[in-house]
Design a protein around this ligand. Structure first.
Ligand SMILES: [Cu+2]
Length: 139
């Protein structure tokens, strides 16, 4: 091996590094463009939101003391389901605000009645009705 060949691997390496840097910059741009597109599409569709709160019913909303018997608080789930059976609607209470739920037939409303939940959905233009997409139990 002569000395003149020794610089070649270095050159190739240098070239690789330039190429890698260029690809890196392109990836960053692509990611940024994708993120921007996502944000734009989301805001155009009336952004989905996530709230933490409680599923209860429109008669008791913030607490079930109205249904207390002999000073004993009813079980939140039992009370909510009983009230809904009696004609009330499921509501969602978050940070002291009571939201109506547009889709009362969502099965998770029954299973998570009385529970703390994380609710993902869309706030309708009236500012007090949520169309729920998903409910998961929360602490
Ligand atoms: Cu109730």
């Amino acid at each position: 091996m002569s000395g003149s060949h020794e610089s070649e691997p270095d050159n190739a390496d240098f070239h690789d590094r330039i190429l890698a840097a260029r690809l890196d910059a392109m990836n960053k741009y692509a990611l940024f463009a994708a993120a921007l597109a996502f944000v734009l599409v989301n805001s155009a569709l009336g952004a989905a939101n996530t709230w933490t709160g409680k599923i209860t019913d429109s008669m008791c909303d913030k607490d079930h003391s109205m249904m207390a018997t002999g000073g004993k608080q009813p079980d939140a789930k039992d009370c909510t389901l009983a009230c809904v059976k009696g004609g009330s609607k499921f509501v969602f209470v978050s940070s002291g605000k009571v939201y109506e739920i547009a889709n009362q037939d969502l099965p998770a409303l029954k299973t998570l009645a009385g529970n703390n939940v994380k609710l993902t959905g869309e706030l309708e233009s009236d500012g007090k009705t949520i169309k729920a997409d998903n409910l998961v139990a929360a602490k």
